[in-house]
Design a protein around this ligand. Structure first.
Ligand SMILES: Cc1cc2nc3c(=O)[nH]c(=O)nc-3n(C[C@H](O)[C@H](O)[C@H](O)COP(=O)(O)O)c2cc1C
Length: 188
C-alpha cells in the first residue's frame, strides 16, 4: 500500500441538514485506504475578518486552529455549497483569515474540491472562484475529475441524508484515488 496521507476536510456549510456535510460523511467509505480523513475545526467560530482585530489582538483562536490543522495535514479537501455563484461567506472568511498569516498554510498544499447544490450545476461556478483564490495562495490545485453533485436533494436519502446515488459514489471514489496519487507526487 502507498504511504498514508492525512487529508483535512473543510465543509463550507454550517447547516445541520447540509448535503455537503452529508457528502463528507460518505467519504470514508469511498476513499482509498491510504487516505486518512480528518475533520477541520468548525468555521462558525471565526469573527468576520477585520485587520484591526489582527493588529490589536492577533489572529483569533479559530484562525490559529484552522491554520494548524492545514499545516499538519498532507492535503486539504473542500466540500462546500455554492452561494450566489461563489464561495459561501463563512468559507471565504476563514480562507481570508488564514491567508494573512506569515507562512500562510495553503502555500504548496495539495487541495481539491467537491460541491453539492440543489441546483442542476452542482456548484460549478463557485469552484472556479475557489480555484482563483487557491491560485493566488500558491496551493497545488488538483484538476480532474471534478465533483459537482447537482440536484443534491435527489441523491441523498431524505431521512438519513445517506448518499444513495451510485454514479456520484463512483466519481467521488475516482477523484479521491486520483487525489491520493496527486498528493504523493506533490510530496515527492
Ligand atoms: C445564500 C444562498 C445562496 C445560494 N446560491 C446558490 C447558487 O448560486 N447556486 C446553487 O446551485 N445553489 C444555490 N443555493 C442553494 C444551495 O444549493 C442549497 O441551499 C444547498 O442545499 C446548500 O448546501 P448545503 O445543503 O450543504 O447547506 C443558495 C443557497 C443559499 C442559502
Amino acid at each position: 500500500m502507498a504511504d498514508s496521507v492525512n487529508v483535512l476536510v473543510i465543509c463550507g456549510s454550517l447547516r445541520k441538514g447540509s448535503y455537503n456535510a452529508a457528502l463528507t460523511r460518505a467519504l470514508p467509505a469511498l476513499a482509498p485506504p491510504e487516505i486518512k480523513l480528518v475533520t477541520a475545526p468548525p468555521l462558525d467560530a471565526f469573527p468576520l475578518y477585520n485587520a484591526d482585530i489582527q493588529e490589536s489582538s492577533g489572529f483569533p483562536p479559530a484562525a490559529e486552529n484552522l491554520a494548524a490543522a492545514i499545516r499538519s495535514a498532507d492535503a486539504v479537501l473542500f466540500v462546500t455549497p455554492e452561494y450566489n455563484w461563489s464561495m459561501p461567506g463563512v468559507l471565504k472568511n476563514a480562507i481570508d483569515w488564514v491567508s494573512r498569516m506569515k507562512d500562510q498554510p495553503f502555500k504548496e498544499k495539495p487541495v481539491a474540491i467537491q460541491s453539492c447544490s440543489q441546483g442542476p450545476l452542482g456548484g460549478a461556478r463557485m469552484q472556479y472562484h475557489w480555484r482563483m483564490s487557491m491560485t493566488f495562495l500558491n496551493a497545488f490545485i488538483f484538476g480532474t475529475p471534478e465533483i459537482f453533485v447537482g440536484n443534491a436533494q435527489t441523491k441523498f436519502d431524505k431521512d438519513t441524508l445517506e448518499l444513495k446515488d451510485q454514479p456520484t459514489k463512483d466519481i467521488v471514489k475516482t477523484q479521491l484515488a486520483a487525489f491520493a496519487k496527486f498528493i504523493a507526487k506533490m510530496k515527492a
